[in-house]
Design a protein around this ligand. Structure first.
Ligand SMILES: Nc1nc2c(ncn2[C@@H]2O[C@H](COP(=O)(O)OP(=O)(O)OP(=O)(O)O)[C@@H](O)[C@H]2O)c(=O)[nH]1
Length: 435
């Protein structure tokens, strides 16, 4: 197989995430999408119908399709991010299904960080609530390119256009203030199936796409392959067999861009240069590899490359020990100025110091508190870090993968904070003072 004969290109895959408060109907929407897009196997559906009947319901309870674990369901909450795979004839989907309870920011940050699109649900009876604001803020911070506002439970407000219009307007103003690039508001009833996969006859005043149609047609950006190559080395392969005494390959996943045999590359942090001599994809030699393929790279020269190094093409990332990042704090243990942490950036982990916690954002007002005492769980803010060794850092808005980092507690390896590398004023609006 050569790279050009890979069957499914990136255009056919959409990664998306859902978010919403408890009981806004995420599970029902996802169940409805799976059901109406015919992605559910007949035996699964039969099991759901049986379970629904045994609970005295006539219609299948579609939330049962997504809330797989009964124990979770019985607690009334869904606890972790679950990845679901489904396909329609037009596109394949990977859905990060994120629950709506109190740790939502953490879950959403995990689910949405690789997503091209986020569906934020609101209950038509409640409109935009605090969690909607927070979800929109996290989507903005993570630079999710497309945001869908699904105004659910329209059946409970008589499918009334003014109710939808007022919520859509309020959210659009909020999204614009946050710098969310694109929003699409869709009035739906996940339970009744209106505007999920089928256009709703009960909302003929709405002329836009259904949720499924939008998911199938939203343009998926190809900038991963348009930008310079970034290849974090995960393993150095030296089999040292009699046939291949000098074999030295570097295995990993291409984080962005395209690598071709013959491309001049630089190894960071050492700065040594070489050329791509060969590329191995699933054990087969190929001429070209593109993100997010996992490949083995062989270089023409004997340069010293180890795990955690970055093989890159021009323009190269900055090599620095001073890091500014917008962050989502994920743990009950607060993040305090002066803390010693481990900083994980791609396949490299180094010691680092939290020099300063410079901002904490109030997601209700979007105002920044300057120099707060620290960041608590679910807080969004900005920090300045100094790492013990230089890091090859991209700006998050250029390269989501090589522009993100995690802060880890060195005492026990707990993940504390997710960060996005960005300049001084950059948090929501994409302002770049360091460009
Ligand atoms: N009337 C009406 N009820 C709905 C609709 N969508 C969901 N529901 C109901 O709302 C309740 C909550 O729906 P879920 O899908 O479990 O909500 P969720 O957002 O997934 O909740 P968590 O998983 O706990 O975060 C259930 O009783 C659903 O049947 C809708 O469009 N109309």
């Amino acid at each position: 197989m050569t790279a050009t004969t890979v069957r499914t290109g990136p255009a056919s895959l959409l990664r998306f995430a859902t978010a919403g408060s408890v009981d806004d109907g995420k599970s029902t929407l996802v169940g409805r999408l799976l059901h109406d897009s015919k992605s559910v196997l007949a035996d699964q559906l039969e099991a759901v119908e049986r379970a629904s009947r045994s609970r005295g319901r006539n219609a299948p309870d579609l939330a049962l399709l997504t809330d797989g674990l009964r124990a979770e369901r019985e607690q009334g909450i869904t606890i972790d991010v679950a990845y679901r795979y489904f396909a329609t004839p037009r596109r394949r989907f990977i859905l990060a299904d994120t629950p709506g309870h109190v740790q939502y920011t953490r879950n959403m940050a995990t689910g949405a960080s690789t997503a091209e699109l986020t569906v934020i649900l609101v209950d038509a009876r409640n409109g935009v609530v605090e969690q909607t604001r927070r979800h929109a803020a996290v989507a903005a911070l993570l630079r999710v390119p497309h945001v869908v506002l699904a105004v659910n439970k329209m059946d409970l407000v008589d499918y009334a256009e003014p109710v939808f219009a007022a919520i859509a307007e309020e959210f659009t103003v909020l999204a614009a203030a946050l710098g969310v690039p694109e929003i699409t508001a869709i009035p739906i009833s996940a339970l009744a199936g209106d505007n999920v996969a089928e256009p709703s006859a009960r909302m003929d005043w709405y002329g836009g796409p259904t949720v499924l149609e939008h998911l199938e047609t939203v343009p998926v950006s190809h900038d991963l392959t348009a930008c310079p190559a970034r290849f974090p080395v995960q393993y150095v392969i030296r089999p040292q067999t009699a046939e291949h005494p000098d074999y030295r390959g570097y295995a990993g996943q291409l984080a962005s861009g395209v690598l071709r045999v013959g491309d001049p590359v630089t190894v960071l942090p050492s700065g040594r240069t070489s050329t791509v001599a060969a590329l191995d994809l699933l054990g087969e030699p190929v001429d070209t590899a593109w993100a997010p393929q996992s490949v083995t790279v062989l270089l023409a020269d004997e340069v010293d490359v180890s795990r955690g190094d970055l093989i890159a093409t021009d323009p190269l990332p900055a090599l620095t020990r001073d890091v500014e990042a917008a962050v989502c704090h994920l743990h009950e243990r607060p993040l305090l100025p002066g803390a010693k942490v481990l900083l994980k950036h791609t396949t490299r982990t180094v010691r680092a110091l939290v020099v300063e916690v410079s901002h904490r954002i109030d997601t209700d007002t979007l105002a920044a508190e300057l120099a707060p005492d620290g960041l608590g769980i679910n807080d969004i803010g900005r920090v300045v870090l100094r790492s013990a060794e230089p890091l090859a850092l991209d700006h998050y808005s250029d390269h989501r993968r090589t522009g993100s980092l995690l802060l880890i507690d060195p005492a026990d390896g707990t993940t504390l904070t997710a960060g996005m590398v960005g300049g001084a004023r950059w948090i929501f609006r994409g302002e770049r003072t360091d460009a």
